[in-house]
Structures are given as structure tokens and as C-alpha cells.
Design a binder for this molecule. Structure first.
Ligand code: S3P
Length: 185
């Protein structure tokens, strides 16, 4: 495994809690920059031929976390063109994953508060971690637990409240360009 992604690769990696808009912002970046969009959840679902909910139900969270780590290792060795990488909200839980994310490139944390997460996720049944009797508390507790990991991994933090898609994507593109221009020197 190489120490870092090859210098010509300029990935933008999106991290953040469930419901923060990684997929939407990932699609916008993909359209604006014209580079591939990779979604770790979709890649895992595709590889297993099962939904995330079924993987959790049949094999448990640890198996899903193993699949995430395996997929990130693959990205580090096999990606040959600069990409947008949108990740699952819990990908930062493992130290190995955090290290790989940093080595892959420019990491952006889309920071969201618990109330907004609840509003955005309450009708969606596809996230097994939130299918609990008291999702508001689960969300608040998990955000508290995970925030230090997001912070530690990210090159850039964007507090998304009050910003629209355009402002978020423009900010990401400009700061990623700046970051990679400095790396090249
Ligand atoms: C998870 C987030 C989900 C998905 C899985 C677990 C988490 O992705 O990876 O349900 O632990 O936060 P999104 O953040 O895209 O919803």
C-alpha cells in the first residue's frame, strides 16, 4: 500500500452524520467538476447484492464496518482517477478508516446539528441505526460521540446550517483547489 494517494489524484472526500447531505453535495460536485462520484454505501450494497438494512439485520454492524474498511483499502490501492467520495456516517469510527480517509485526500466534514438530522431522517426507514424507540436521543448521543472523529479527520469543516447547495459546493471546490495547489509546491 502506498503511503499516500499518488500526487496526481485529487480526491474530495465527504464525511458527516446521517442526513447531512453528503449524497446531494456529492452529486453536485460530480456535475460541476465532471469527475466520478463514489458512494461507499452504494458500493458495499452493490458488492454484497443486499441493502445496508439487510446487511445489518443478517450479519450485524461489525460486518458492515469490516466491509467499509475493506472498501476504503480498495479505494487507496485501486482508484486511478480523481473522484468525489461520499461516505457512510459511521465510517470515521475506526482508526484505520480515519487514517485511510486522510491519506486519500481532501476531507470535508459537513457538520449538522441533531435537530436538523432528526427532521431530515425521521421518515426514512433505510438507516438501521436510527430505527430505535428514541431516535432524537440516539442522534444527539451519536453526534456527541462521533464529532471528535469527524473533526480529527477533516481538512475542512462546513457548518451547513443556513447554507444552500450552491454555497456549500462552491466553498468545497475553492478550498480543495487551494489545498491541492499548495500540495503541488
Ligand atoms: C451509518 C450511516 C449510513 C450507513 C449505515 C450506517 C452510520 O450512511 O452507512 O446505515 O453509522 O452513521 P449515511 O450517512 O449515508 O446515511
Amino acid at each position: 500500500m502506498s503511503e499516500h494517494s499518488p500526487i496526481h489524484l485529487q480526491h474530495i472526500i465527504l464525511i458527516g452524520f446521517m442526513g447531512c447531505g453528503k449524497s446531494t453535495i456529492g452529486r453536485e460536485l460530480h456535475q460541476k467538476l465532471g469527475i466520478p462520484l463514489i458512494d461507499t454505501d452504494e458500493a458495499i450494497e452493490h458488492k454484497c447484492g443486499k441493502s445496508i438494512s439487510n446487511i445489518f439485520a443478517e450479519s450485524g454492524e461489525e460486518t458492515f464496518r469490516d466491509l467499509e474498511t475493506e472498501y476504503l483499502r480498495d479505494c487507496l490501492t485501486n482508484l486511478t482517477s480523481s473522484s468525489i467520495i461520499s461516505t457512510g456516517g459511521g465510517i470515521i469510527l475506526r482508526e484505520e478508516n480515519r487514517e485511510i480517509l486522510k491519506r486519500l485526500g481532501y476531507v470535508v466534514w459537513l457538520k449538522i446539528d441533531a435537530i436538523n438530522v432528526y427532521q431530515r431522517t425521521k421518515k426514512n426507514r433505510s438507516r438501521p441505526i436510527l430505527q430505535q424507540p428514541n431516535p432524537k436521543k440516539v442522534i444527539a448521543d451519536l453526534i456527541e460521540l462521533r464529532s471528535p472523529y469527524y473533526r480529527e479527520t477533516a481538512n475542512l469543516t462546513i457548518n451547513i446550517s443556513g447554507l444552500d447547495r450552491y454555497e456549500i459546493t462552491t466553498g468545497i471546490i475553492e478550498s480543495a483547489r487551494y489545498y491541492y495547489s499548495q500540495q503541488a509546491q
